[in-house]
Design a protein around this ligand. Structure first.
Ligand code: ADP
Length: 200
């Protein structure tokens, strides 16, 4: 880290920013294999929260790789740096008082822990998309599994790059057995139980 950099405390605090929005900030971190439903469920939850009047923001793997992280590839080192940047960005959005939804494969336990540790207890919600690889591969929404199997792309999570499943996620969803609506209901219920939202 560069020397002589001092953290500036803001005059408007994190709590005041959230209070103005009448909500509690948190980060829902969707992790799971490609095709496990991270984007689909994060988007559906985003809509459900938005309709209830909550201020949210959605960060999505592919979109971030078009901009902030376009200099990064898929080597282990680059994946670590990708998640570090996204974690820090998620924290800034939460500091602004938002409910943040981040959908990234994030295959490594240590990286997810690093992001968890940026947040106060109870504000990091790990959502493990526990959809079996078979289902993800059959769906293959972006044709990436086919390319990984044929060797056209390498370091593909679940094929020739590991996915370390969370041991104690706050929420576990399997989209091979649960509909999109069921997943969203389950997340809304969890947020309400944790007093992060009030069901309106
Ligand atoms: P990821 O973001 O994890 O790569 P996506 O959400 O992009 O996954 O892709 C999941 C695919 O599975 C989509 O094409 C979606 O329409 C499909 N799908 C089928 N059933 C479900 C379900 N119950 N929940 C989420 N996605 C589902």
């Amino acid at each position: 880290m560069a020397d002589n950099i001092v953290w500036h405390d803001h005059k408007v605090t994190r709590a005041q920013r959230a209070e103005n929005k009448n909500q509690k900030p948190c980060l829902l971190w969707f992790t799971g294999l490609s095709g496990s439903g991270k984007s689909t469920i994060a988007n559906a939850l985003d809509v459900a929260l938005h309709e209830r009047g909550y201020h949210t923001f959605l960060l999505d793997g592919d979109n971030v790789r078009h901009g902030l992280c376009k200099d990064l590839g898929f080597s282990d080192d680059d994946r670590v740096e990708n998640i570090r940047r996204i974690g820090e960005m998620s924290k800034l959005f939460a500091d602004a008082g938002l409910i943040v939804l981040s959908a990234f494969i994030s295959p490594f336990t240590s990286d997810r822990r690093l992001v968890r540790n940026l947040f106060p207890a109870g504000e990091f919600i790990e959502v493990f998309m526990d959809t079996p690889l078979d289902t993800c591969e059959q769906r293959d929404p972006k044709g990436l599994y086919q390319k990984a199997r044929s060797g056209e792309i390498s370091h593909f999570t679940g094929i020739d790059s590991p996915y370390e499943a969370p041991e104690r996620p706050e929420v576990r969803l399997d989209t091979s057995t649960m509909s999109v609506d069921e997943c969203v209901e389950s997340l809304i219920r969890f947020l309400a139980e944790q007093n992060l939202i009030t069901v309106k």
